[in-house]
Design a protein around this ligand. Sequence first.
Ligand code: MRU
Length: 347
Amino acid sequence: MNATATLWWDKDTGSLRYIDQTLLPVKYAVVECRSIERLARAIKRLEIRGAPALGVAGAYGVALAAQVSTKKNLKTFLSDVHRDAEILRLTRPTAINLGWGIDRVLGKIAYADDISSARTIALEEAETIAREDTACCHAIGEYGADLLPEICTVLTHCNAGSLACSSWGTALGVIRSAIDNGKEINVYACETRPLLQGARLTAWELARDGIEVTVITDSTAAYLMRKNIVDAVLVGADRITRDVVFNKIGTYMHAVCARYHKIPFYVAAPLSTFDTEKREQDVIIEERGREEVTKIGNLCIVPDAARVKNYAFDATPMDLVTAIVTERGVLHPPVDIDSILSLKSIK
Ligand code: MRU
């Protein structure tokens, strides 16, 4: 099955290349990014998006910062790289992977002997993170596939697919692996207001791979569950703390409905998405601009006088989660700190 890369380093031009996700499904365009300012804008605008892809982007971002610094002295070079890393870190606050990818590369170059080796080490580490992400998605796919019945209708929200990762995907990786293992999977993709990652991106990449997908408005999900059409809800995550799963706004609503209708609610995420230090109240939920809600294209759909609340993510309490699928295995409730740490410590 074909699931092409979302972002990669182009050695010939020394630039970061990525698919501009704001243009899909109308246009497939690859951007050549050569500056931190451009990368920061790309992340803020969701040209690159999805927690694991943000981790990879953060890692490549540090490699890019190392490449573009003109400093000749190691100490001032490292301070340039750290300044740029902080610019990237602040672009989006909720997905933990962004900071995780940045810190992994910063940690590797901290003890470099000279600027040239720091540049090499940074790029090697970013490439490793990108490769590991794909490997994690395939492992998540295999573990998750076992949870789904032979014939299964899955409801998913937002895009937790190859576009949200290095490739393959977490929630959509489970679907891809299940199909590769001979299961018959039918997908309902919630459109995911306001930026339509489900309608635009999930539907695009599943259709590209020949996987049956039906797009629904977000508010159709509960009724499909009531009609016994959905066998499982399967989503990704932006950050998993001890007590909640942060994911795209609307996820909590699906989890509540799934519990009411006795449908399993699965989360698929790599261990890099876990944040065992924090609890729900410690995490900043990104709030985005009003125009994402008030406009469809150039058409204004909300009166100027109305206020708008545009949370990008919500939090689903652990007791609504049936299982979390990671690259090291499946966590079943109670999902507590010890079970998470025990998976993390498996070599
Ligand atoms: O705002 P986005 O598009 O970056 O939000 C993405 C999501 O919420 C995804 O579900 C999550 O990052 C998991 S991606 C494997």
